[in-house]
Design a binder for this molecule. Structure first.
Ligand SMILES: Cc1ncc(COP(=O)(O)O)c(C=O)c1O
Length: 397
């Protein structure tokens, strides 16, 4: 019998896509579903970005590009990083990839193998663990705690380090919690990592431009002492409402950038040419839409947090970044995953159960507030009704 590589049995997935499919199925059956499950902006890509892609297609940009991405786009990324983070980046260290996810795939493939440890946030983006297990490395979850406002703790992270640790994955602002790790905690972590010079660092900063309450995003790129082992993951998906374009970038240390390029050549060759021209327009054009989206998310964040805290048995810290709330639902009497299923089935509200983001996600739900204020209010009302029905609450025990 033909046998596929058994490592594939270890590969997981992202339940957000399964919930999206289930919600779409219920909608096809005529149900009114409010989708707070999927993590993508509900805005359209700003028109000047769309126009740049259309123009590129009309101008005949139909061929392969350099595997690392077109030079003007890599230069635009370097300029943008300089403008936002005041860091010097060579365009030669920038790799344009088909979506932020590809950078984590590459980094985990590069450092994961039998005998290696990879430290990653839990609850965290599910693909981290899935890919770690696929490579045969040992997943070492770094707990992200509500008591810390879902910031990671440098002390806890450093306690997990051993000589086997080959890669440490960090994510702030974070999915699924909306947590933002403050500068002093990142300073402490970077100082402590000096003791572990053989561990690479992957910093997933895809939500870096979505912080609130005047918080300034602290990038790991700001620490010159780790630049020779830091991989930056960023992209256009969240900042410019471009999830469907599949466009992201990474910044690699010189020692590894050619390995990343070869991974590109061996898999997707290059990113869609027209999308790359759109990426230039996004970075070089007006940033007003970024501010406008952030302001709108901020309003929704207030509404969703206040609304959740009014629900019986539910409490929610105020998220400081991204567009997710991660309420604690452990006192509703429900386990998180059955609660999320029942909310979708019975109340028509799609959310994701915290355990889909790791064992430390039990007792929580993830709600994406990338939906209109009106829908958020309707969803909260439905949750209120649902939780007020005694029979329902009991069945979740
Ligand atoms: C933390 C985190 N990293 C990376 C990604 C991947 O982004 P992209 O859609 O650009 O692949 C996501 C998307 O949800 C995310 O939440």
């Amino acid at each position: 019998m033909t046998v596929i590589n058994p490592a594939f049995a270890q590969m997981g997935e992202e339940n957000a896509f399964a919930v999206l499919a289930r919600a779409a199925e219920l909608q096809r059956q005529g149900r009114d579903i409010i989708n707070l499950g999927i993590g993508q902006p509900d805005f359209k890509t700003p028109p000047h970005i769309v126009e740049a892609a259309v123009k590129a297609l009309r101008d005949g940009e139909h061929g392969y590009t350099d595997a690392t991405g077109i030079a003007p786009l890599r230069e635009a990324v370097a300029e943008d990083l300089h403008r936002r983070l005041k860091v010097e980046v060579s365009p030669d260290d920038v790799l344009i990839v088909p979506g932020g996810k590809v950078t984590m795939f590459m980094a985990i493939m590069m450092f994961g193998e039998n005998g290696a440890d990879i430290v990653y946030p839990d609850p965290g983006f599910p693909i981290y663990r899935s890919m770690i297990e696929f490579t045969g490395a040992r997943p070492v979850p770094m707990p992200v705690r509500e008591a810390n406002g879902f910031a990671f703790s440098a002390e806890e992270a450093l306690q997990l380090m051993t000589p086997r640790a080959r890669l440490v994955i960090l994510n702030s602002p974070a999915n699924p919690t909306g947590g933002v790790t403050p500068k002093h905690e990142i300073d402490k972590l970077v100082a402590g990592l000096a003791q572990w010079p053989n561990a690479a660092i992957l910093s997933d900063e895809i939500y870096g431009q979505l912080t609130y309450d005047g918080l300034v995003h602290r990038s790991l790129m700001s620490y010159p002492e780790i630049r020779d082992r830091l991989i930056l993951l960023d992209g256009w998906s969240k900042t410019y409402a471009m999830t469907g374009w599949r466009l992201g970038y990474s910044v690699w240390p010189k020692a590894w950038r050619d390995v990343a390029r070869r991974l590109a050549v061996n898999s997707y060759s290059c990113v869609n040419a027209a999308a790359q021209f759109a990426g230039i327009a996004a970075l070089k054009g007006s940033q007003d839409s970024v501010g406008a989206m952030r302001a709108e998310f901020d309003r929704r964040r207030e509404a969703v947090t206040a609304g959740l805290n009014r629900l019986p048995g539910v409490r929610s810290v105020t998220p400081k970044g991204a567009f997710y709330a991660f309420p604690n639902v452990s006192r509703t009497g429900w386990k998180a995953k059955p609660f999320a299923s029942a909310l979708l089935q019975d109340a028509g509200v799609a959310t994701i159960g915290g355990p889909d983001f790791g064992v430390h996600g039990e007792g929580y739900l993830r709600l994406s507030y990338a939906n209109s204020l009106e829908n958020i209010e309707r969803a909260l009302e439905r949750m209120q009704d649902f939780l007020s029905r005694p029979a329902r609450a009991a069945s979740g025990l």
